[in-house]
Ligand binder design. Structure first.
Ligand SMILES: [Fe+2]
Ligand SMILES: [Fe+2]
Length: 326
């Protein structure tokens, strides 16, 4: 029988203190463990927003499935978009272990009450955008999510292990698209450059506000939900991506980007936080389109949910009859 948070202390100390000690010892919190209400709420918010982002994130790329330039590209893109649906489902399940209801989470997404990552409110006008998304957006997701494999809440951490393996396939398929375009005709290279110009800044915004404007960060770090600050992760992403852009022979659209010998990192220009806030509030180029499509898809899928429930009911009745007969 493994220990639980409530068993650890020999002298009477508050549950809050025992909880923090447990976390400081790098132990995982599991669904039945005692946890502060604020920890539970923070995780439900973060995991459900993460799930919503996976689901809405299927749209910008789904837009290109029917127009992928070859069968090979089409197969890879379908697999990738389908993976994102799977990520959403693991994450909704992880949030359910904290007592959140799937119906409520879905309702909050459909009504616009819940947030999802701002990045998915940008359009994908050319095939090169699919390359740029895989390379940059999935690349940024990897930077964010690899540390989440060690997050303090067990079900979230375990879900992230598989998610991260799939994300690295996504990142590589994106980079490979960019490589083919960058080594192609001058027009193709231009397409790749334009897509990079569109996605670079939104990718940096994905890491969230600067540390001094991110009010919940300190508490999340103390609870080891978060392992690195937004600014640290953003810097890591920039340092990782600059040589990849150089290898492609493409230019990152930032005149202030340069290696800083003293810091051992790349410096980069100020980011448009007003744009980030506007997109989060629903004023991005595609917010309305994304929500309208999600609502339509949910309504169109009603018959599938009804059929699945009817089937599950039938199975349950059959099992009950078999138990009775035995
Ligand atoms: Fe994903
Ligand atoms: Fe992905």
């Amino acid at each position: 029988m493994s220990q639980t948070v409530a068993d650890t202390a020999e002298t009477p100390v508050s549950l809050d203190r025992r909880f923090q000690d447990w976390i400081d010892a790098e132990r995982k919190i599991e669904p039945r463990d005692w946890m502060p209400e604020a920890y539970r709420r923070t995780l439900i918010r973060q995991i459900s927003q993460h799930a919503h982002s996976e689901i809405i994130g299927m749209q910008p790329e789904g837009n290109w499935i029917t127009r992928a330039p070859s069968l090979r590209r089409k197969v890879a893109l379908i697999a990738k978009v389908q993976d994102e649906a799977g990520h959403g489902l693991y994450l909704y399940s992880a949030a359910e272990t904290l007592g959140a209801s799937r119906d409520d989470m879905v309702a909050d997404l459909l009504s616009g009450k819940a947030k999802y990552s701002s990045i998915f409110n940008y359009p994908t006008p050319s095939w090169a955008d699919i390359g740029a998304i895989g390379w940059l957006v999935d690349g940024a997701a990897i930077c964010n999510q690899v540390p989440l494999c060690r997050t303090s809440y067990g079900p979230y951490a375990r879900a992230m292990v598989r998610v991260c393996k799939e994300e690295s396939f996504h990142q590589r398929q994106g980079y490979e698209i960019m490589m083919a375009l960058a080594q192609g005709t001058p027009e193709q290279k231009q397409m790749a450059q334009e897509a990079l110009n569109r996605w670079w800044i939104p990718s940096l915004l994905m890491f969230g506000p600067p540390d001094d404007q991110s009010p919940n960060s300190a508490q999340s770090m103390k609870w080891k939900i978060k392992r690195h600050s937004n600014d640290d992760l953003r810097q890591r992403f920039v340092d990782m991506t600059v040589p990849q852009a150089e290898f492609l022979g493409l230019t990152l659209p930032d005149p202030d980007l340069k290696w800083n010998e003293e810091r051992g990192h790349y410096d980069f220009g100020a980011l448009p936080w007003d744009e980030f806030q506007a997109v989060l509030k629903g004023h991005g180029p595609c917010n309305r389109q994304r929500m309208a499509f999600r609502n339509k898809t949910f309504a169109d899928g009603a018959w599938v949910r009804e059929a699945a429930s009817a089937y599950a009911e039938k199975q349950k009745a059959r099992q009950a009859a078999a138990v009775k007969a035995a």
